[in-house]
Design a protein around this ligand. Structure first.
Ligand SMILES: *[C@@H]1O[C@H](CO)[C@@H](O)[C@H](O)[C@H]1NC(C)=O
Ligand SMILES: *[C@@H]1O[C@H](CO)[C@@H](O)[C@H](O)[C@H]1NC(C)=O
Ligand SMILES: *[C@@H]1O[C@H](CO)[C@@H](O)[C@H](O)[C@H]1NC(C)=O
Length: 435
């Protein structure tokens, strides 16, 4: 079951909320216990990584003070030539060897000069694009300082965008809803790769579907798009909350419900965030736990239990709950996964996120394996809702939860199929509703 231990799962977190809520040194056990969401200590019976063997990546940097000093010392020892802020970055944010972005360290300064916008700014070649970006994405900046700061970040991102553009393919990157965000902010929105180690797996690891239960490949259509069959709800927006796990799982259950009960109903991610106490609300989640919760309790509708992008107390809304019978792991063979999808509907998966994913506009996205390993900002879960080929290139059609300004078709993307792109085939899970 090594596969389950290497798959990390999650995603976008509210900058303010994404913090180590409380770090309690449990002297009796000589172990640190870790509280998330101010709600619930992580089960002390579960396995934890050893901090010394495996650096602990969590939080947004503002919580460095909350970390026990022996852990800080360890981090400094591992990085003797780095300044504390760099150590902090490395320690908390990412397993990659990426250096902190210079821009990030340069906070906007309060000076009289910055009260007025430079004449330079208007002359900048990206100024018009920035104006357009602000209009299209309804950006509101609180003052001229922030405005200037955002413009600097935007210009830097535009320069990177040029480099991303791979002229050999029809893959297109462009200005998107995240174009004024720093790398630090983008990675803040992602759950670091160690989440699975933190929460452990318990007895929730899904069983693999028997090979004999896969539908036959014979007659599998060249392409499939479950939107055209009424099995996909509108694109949603998780906002600044690390809840992609809930969106990915919910889209699968919505699909199964649509296929088996012939009614397409938008279900409640918020219920999972508030009530699935095995997971961590806006601080991330492990999809099998969420499926297990739905199997036990059912999932009510989005209409009855609205999304708020923050963790709240669980509301016990019993009405209109959709139930599933089981949840399964589909294995890592993408041909078989396609067989399954063509026959049974959307499935959820996890993937390492690299920066170009934020700027994806069209084409078939397929970052290099090196970038996926070394330049990933964090992990993210989404839902495969179909597949096909674009100019001979096989792809998965994917529903994201980053709002309707993202990607193709207002909220979707295509990723390369058949090459385990950024680990997308490593942890594909689905819900089962018996007929
Ligand atoms: C794509 O073309 C642009 C301009 O023609 C060039 O600056 C850039 O380096 C090229 N990118 C790649 C990945 O070849
Ligand atoms: C199943 O379909 C029936 C009839 O269309 C509908 O009344 C019911 O609410 C649906 N159940 C769920 C769980 O969506
Ligand atoms: C995802 O990123 C982590 C951390 O950088 C890395 O250990 C892992 O190998 C990556 N997975 C893939 C499939 O690239």
């Amino acid at each position: 079951m090594l596969i389950f231990t290497i798959i990390a799962l999650h995603c976008v977190v509210k900058p303010g909320l994404q913090r180590i809520e409380e770090f309690v040194n449990d002297k009796n056990q000589g172990k640190s216990r870790f509280y998330m969401d101010n709600r619930r200590p992580i089960d002390s019976k579960r396995r934890y990584p050893s901090f010394t063997q495996q650096p602990w990546y969590y939080g947004d940097g503002s919580d460095f003070e909350a970390i026990p000093s022996w852990m800080k010392q360890q981090a400094k020892k591992d990085n003797p030539y780095e300044s504390e802020s760099n150590v902090r970055w490395k320690f908390l944010k990412t397993a990659s060897s990426r250096k902190p972005d210079d821009l990030l360290k340069r906070k906007p300064e309060a000076s009289s000069e910055s009260q007025e916008i430079d004449a330079d700014l208007f002359k900048n070649e990206y100024y018009k694009d920035f104006q357009k970006f602000i209009r299209e994405h309804n950006k509101v900046y609180t003052n001229s300082r922030e405005y200037r700061w955002r413009f600097q970040v935007f210009v830097k991102n535009m320069k990177e965008l040029k480099e991303m553009q791979d002229n050999r393919s029809n893959l297109v990157f462009g200005i998107g809803p995240f174009s004024d965000k720093t790398d630090e902010e983008l990675s803040k929105r992602l759950i670091p790769h160690g989440y699975r180690f933190i929460i452990g797996e318990g007895d929730s690891a899904p069983l693999k579907i028997e090979d004999s239960d896969f539908p036959s490949r014979e007659g599998r259509p060249q392409q499939i798009d479950w939107r055209t069959k009424g099995a996909v709800t509108r694109v949603k927006d998780q906002g600044d909350c690390g809840s992609c796990w809930a969106f990915a799982v919910t889209a699968v259950v919505e699909g199964q419900n649509a296929i088996h009960n012939k009614t397409l109903v938008s279900l409640s991610e918020q219920q999972l965030i508030d009530c699935d106490h095995d997971n961590s609300g806006c601080n991330g989640g492990y999809r099998p736990y969420a499926f297990k919760y739905i199997q036990r309790h059912g999932q009510t509708t989005d209409k009855l239990y609205h999304y708020t992008a923050r963790a709240q107390n669980c509301r016990h809304i019993k009405a209109n709950r959709v139930h599933i019978n089981d949840y399964k792991w589909l294995g890592t063979n993408e041909e078989k996964i396609a067989d399954w999808v063509s026959h049974h509907g959307p499935v959820s998966f996890g993937v390492n996120v690299t920066k170009p994913m934020y700027n994806y506009k069209s084409g078939v996205f397929n970052p290099s394996p090196e970038d996926c390993r070394q330049k990933s900002l964090g992990a993210h879960a989404m839902t495969i809702i179909g597949y096909g080929e674009l100019d001979g290139e096989p792809y998965w059609l994917i529903k994201n939860s980053w709002g309707t300004h993202y990607g193709i078709d207002s909220g979707y993307l295509r990723m390369k199929r058949g090459v385990n792109s950024c680990g997308l085939a490593d942890a594909v899970y689905t819900a089962i509703i018996n007929k």
